[in-house]
Design a protein around this ligand. Sequence first.
Ligand SMILES: [Fe+2]
Length: 281
Amino acid sequence: MDEPVLTSLGPHLGGRVDGIDTGAALDDATVAWIRDALIDRKVLVFPGQKLDAAGFHQFARRLGSLQQHVLRKYRHDDFPELSWLTNVAKDGSVDEFGVIRATSWHTDGSYTQDPPMLGILYALEVPSRGGATIFADMCHAHDSLDEPTRTKLAGLTGLHLHGAGPGGDMYDGSLADDQEEGFRDAVHPAVGMHPLTGAKLLYVNATHTRKFAEMETGESVALLEGLMAHATQPENLYTHDWSVGDLLIWDERSTMHRGAGDYPPTDRRIKLRAIVQELGT
Ligand SMILES: [Fe+2]
């Protein structure tokens, strides 16, 4: 196989990968290459992949240990470590409200005490127009804060609860009554550290960050909204416009994301998802 090629897609994050067939059995050197590229670019796009559920599962499993989706109804019947991101029901009907789901800024699993490392999506059907996913670089968001705000944040702790942030009503669905994540705050420092690089990162999001432990709710929400505005300035974003066959991996620790939510609501949209809890060694 030719050497893979990484092409930057923006100033801070986003990279296109050519020369890797994600459906093939990958050798250790290729897996290490993907991991390095991911740490460098935070979001990687592999266009033109041809995968079935088994092939997608095999690829995701090569990157690390997989976590089942917190919402049980989305899990794949044959591969419960995979889940569907779709607006098409089993009877073929299209959920027209799917278009607004997950359109507020979030980091997957921030409402858990041990959030996952990576998200992976593979596009099977895409809308006729719109439907992008937008990513923000939370390392650069941190580093570009003014000094007083950085100092203030260094002493703050975010309380995260599923969908309980100021933008949480745009999120996708509710947890089952017996799921602990539905009623217990996960506690994360507002400034986190990337487990692989040691880089500082802003670890708050509009969907799941309910408040800062050290502040009243009103003051917390005002600060959070200011941080969201700062983190989502255009130069800090990568917008991915989907094509069928795109496989996309993102670093959950150093980014947040949202759906653009601007596609025709009756258009079908089907993706397969995997969640990597820990990278393999
Ligand atoms: Fe998400």
